[in-house]
Design a protein around this ligand. Structure first.
Ligand SMILES: Nc1ncnc2c1ncn2[C@@H]1O[C@H](COP(=O)(O)OP(=O)(O)OP(=O)(O)O)[C@@H](O)[C@H]1O
Length: 382
């Protein structure tokens, strides 16, 4: 873990009360980020971030490239200092009016490429993080290295190899073992799976997630992959343009995104113009129930493609344009009727994409009856 001797700015050392509000501390918060900002030159990269992470919890910070994810992680690690705001661990300030350097924060860090030392063996890489006061002598070190390799499901026989003699997934597990050797309370993972191919990526993610969960380590994963964020974490924080657009559990952020951009970032979304009356949105797909309507009248309604099903008994129809076959499911493009029967309903003629498991059912030009399952999410029109 390299430290870059960050110099806290005057604002970070002496934040004004205006920018460092007291946010109620909850007993099980391990990490609290309060009103944190960070500028690089004239660019404000973080614009007032507030985020709390529960002890032993797993948070994924997800967002498009350049949204400030890595910068936030580096601030938590102590590689950089915030310009304003503060960061607390266990309710104690580590950045803000005080400064605790990276090596005293008890935080592990695994980078995208693992950053193993190429000239050291696997065993020496893992041993690098050990507290030599605690593990004195070759035997004690060897036993602990074997234990750590076992923890990440690697045979101790690998200890003698050099990093380049291992697969990408094995190298990432070694990087985790090295970071775990320091016995960190918090583990920061900066896109550690992104260089791995699809199959290895899922297996490595599962293996690393299991190790951290079993050890009760509070974990923050940075990723730009929404599926990875949803499957890995119990809390997802969506970043956009230096701000947190939404924080919630994976189910909530996926099914009830806060705005259209978040909806589209987290997965495929069908978005239609609609007329909202009470808690029913009327659109080309019929009357769709909406939870907590944000407005009345003209809105946009969002559905996930898997909520739109083919159902023989429905009055809503569409025409198949084409489809893509993916094996277990197909993606079917459908054109909705030009003018909905009810004149109050905006839209018509929209092209939507749904998912269906049976490709044999779809033919171009075929008429399909469609049914919506569950609730939609309405977004006000600006
Ligand atoms: N040390 C630095 N000096 C100047 N600008 C920086 C520095 N670090 C980051 N930035 C800028 O801050 C912005 C946010 O970068 P950051 O790496 O935090 O984004 P990110 O969301 O992690 O992106 P990616 O997914 O591409 O890694 C970018 O515009 C980047 O160019």
């Amino acid at each position: 873990m390299t430290e870059q001797n960050p110099t806290p700015t005057a604002a970070a050392r002496f934040p004004s009360p205006r920018v460092a509000p007291q946010i109620a501390q909850t007993a099980d918060h391990h990490l609290d980020i309060e009103e944190v900002t960070k500028d690089f030159g004239r660019q404000q990269v973080l614009k007032g971030i507030n985020l709390s992470v529960a002890r032993g919890g797993t948070t994924a910070i997800v967002g498009p490239s350049g949204s400030g994810k890595t910068t936030l992680l580096r601030l938590i690690a102590g590689f950089e200092a915030p310009d304003t705001g503060r960061i607390l661990m266990d309710g104690k300030e580590v950045a803000g009016s005080t400064w605790v350097p990276a090596h005293r924060r008890n935080i592990g860090y695994v980078a995208q490429d693992g950053a193993l030392f190429p000239h050291l063996s696997v065993g020496q890489n893992v041993a690098f993080g050990l507290d030599r006061e605690k593990f004195r002598g070759r035997k004690a070190v060897q036993e602990r290295v074997d234990e750590l390799l076992d923890m990440v499901a690697l045979d101790p026989a690998y200890a003698k190899r050099r990093p380049h003699q291992l697969s990408g997934g094995q190298q990432q597990r070694i990087a985790l073992a090295r970071a775990m050797a320091c016995e960190p309370e918090v583990m920061l993972l900066d896109e550690p799976f992104s260089a791995l191919d699809a199959g290895l990526r899922v297996a490595t993610r599962r293996a690393i997630g299991r190790v951290l969960h079993q050890a009760g380590v509070t974990t923050i994963l940075v990723t730009h992959d929404q599926a990875e964020a949803l499957s890995f974490a119990d809390q997802v924080a969506v970043m956009r343009g230096g701000r947190l657009a939404q924080i919630g559990n994976p189910f909530v952020v996926y099914t009830r995104p806060a705005d259209r951009a978040t909806a589209e970032f987290l997965g495929d979304a069908v978005i239609l113009d609609a007329w909202l009356e009470g808690s029913l949105a009327m659109c080309s797909l019929g009357a769709i129930p909406v939870r907590r309507p944000p407005a009345q009248g003209r809105v946009q309604i969002m559905l996930r493609p898997e909520q739109i099903r083919i159902a023989a008994d429905s009055r809503i129809h569409g025409t198949v344009l084409d489809w893509d076959y993916f094996g277990p499911e197909s993606s079917v493009r459908i054109k909705l009727p030009e003018r909905p029967a009810d004149p109050r309903i905006p839209g018509g003629g929209e092209i939507i994409t749904i998912r269906h498991w049976n490709a044999a059912m779809a033919r171009a030009g075929m008429d399909l009856a469609l049914k919506v399952i569950g609730e939609g999410v309405a977004f006000p029109i600006d």
